[in-house]
Design a protein around this ligand. Structure first.
Ligand code: ADP
Ligand code: MG
Length: 374
């Protein structure tokens, strides 16, 4: 009997925050934490799934798939993938799925995209469908947007599907062009620090930022007499022209986005040249922009970054993800990782905050599939 084993990693964004919905540049990488999905074919039209980390089982009929209206459950991500594959005209076979994972759930490391991409790749391997990974990522994004009902960009699914060991993935969210950028700093690791803060504020502020960016575009058009399809097309000189006339808040928001796109370009250049010190500086700039101009950081993330940067051997640090909680990343010499963790723990203790969680990683591989004939 045919058995499929898929490994789908989580991801973290190295730089390029809040640029995705502004048609800009992002640079995530796959991490070493991953989900493993075992799939065997069934003769009927059912999918059964057991999620070992959650100790849950569920099953459904492939002929009865309808987008979720209420709160999504874990099985809805799998249903969504089946639905999106079928909508796109690909065959979806019955299967038994077994899921194991070392990716923390709901921490911003994209366990959801790992699940979607992993299931899509497993089902395609069972049915013999050869779907390019970019298209797989797009179908998974559609599953999450339209079936599960969660608004997300394309970064997560692309990073999981197209990540490459020892490389970051530079993505142009306007054209969906991507390229692999070397990321293997010698003697260094990337420390992911989960603040364990989840502010309900997050979702409403996220939507507010999106509206502010749209508003800034309209005003910029009025002021300059030219139209900009997105903030991606706005140049620093356009902003200078509008300074003083664009409301201060909108000016700050647009300035951050314009500068962050620039920092991603500069990062790609620095990493290609193996200049990790320069990349570290760009991480710091990104954090300051997110804190002061875009205003999506919070006290916990600021403290992680500030504490880490005070340790010699730390090259850079920044919050990552949408903000108001979630994770920060620290690029540091492996020899100081313990110290960085200890200092962050102490700093949190002093504030009386819950202890953060730590994961250290290099740039991991994207999704892989193994076929076993038993
Ligand atoms: P994340 O930042 O981890 O992607 P999300 O809220 O986007 O957080 O997605 C988390 C959801 O993905 C979980 O609530 C669950 O429905 C699903 N999920 C993630 N990992 C697993 C797993 N190992 N087994 C089953 N479902 C999972
Ligand atoms: Mg997710």
């Amino acid at each position: 009997m045919l058995k499929i084993m898929v490994t789908a990693p989580g991801r973290v964004n190295l730089i390029g925050e809040h640029t995705d919905y502004n048609q800009g540049l992002v640079m995530p990488m796959a991490i070493e934490l991953a989900m493993k999905i075992e799939a065997v074919p069934r003769q009927d039209r059912r999918i059964t799934a057991s999620a070992l980390p959650l100790n849950r089982q569920a099953a459904f009929d492939l002929e009865e798939l309808a987008p979720v209206s209420g709160r999504p459950r874990w099985i809805d991500y799998i249903k969504g993938v089946c639905w999106a594959l079928r909508e796109a005209g690909y065959p979806v076979p019955g299967a038994d799925l077994k899921i194991r994972s070392s990716i923390p759930i709901g921490s911003g490391l994209s366990s959801s995209a790992a699940l979607e991409v992993g299931v899509a790749v497993a089902l395609n391997a069972l049915s013999g469908t050869e779907l390019p990974l970019l298209e797989t990522a797009l179908l998974c994004q559609k599953a999450e947007n339209q079936y599960v009902g969660v608004r997300c960009g394309i970064m997560d699914q692309m990073a999981v599907a197209l990540g490459r060991e020892g490389h970051a993935l530079l993505i142009d969210c306007r054209s969906l062009e991507y390229s692999h950028i070397p990321f293997s700093p010698e003697g260094c690791r990337l420390l992911i620090v989960d603040s364990r803060v989840q502010r309900s504020l997050g979702a409403s502020e996220y939507n507010r930022r999106r509206e502010e960016c749209e508003e800034a575009l309209e005003q910029l058009a009025k002021i300059t007499g030219r139209s900009f399809p997105s903030l991606r097309e706005v140049k620093p000189e356009d902003l200078r022209e509008a300074e003083g006339r664009l409301p201060e808040l909108l000016f700050r928001r647009s300035r951050y986005v314009v500068e962050e796109n620039r920092r991603v370009e500069d990062s790609a250049r620095a990493l290609r040249a193996g200049d990790y010190a320069a990349f570290g500086e760009l991480m710091k700039g990104s954090h300051l922009g997110l804190r002061d101009l875009y205003q999506v950081s919070c006290a916990e993330l600021d403290l992680i970054v500030e504490t880490a940067l005070a340790v010699p051997g730390v090259l850079g640090a920044r919050m990552t993800g949408a903000g108001f909680g979630g994770c920060a990343i620290v690029l540091a010499k492996s020899s100081v990782l313990e110290e960085v963790q200890a200092r962050i723990r102490e700093a949190f203790q002093r504030e009386g905050w819950r202890e953060p969680l730590f994961y250290s990683t290099g740039a991991g591989a994207g999704v892989t599939v193994q076929r076993i004939q038993a």
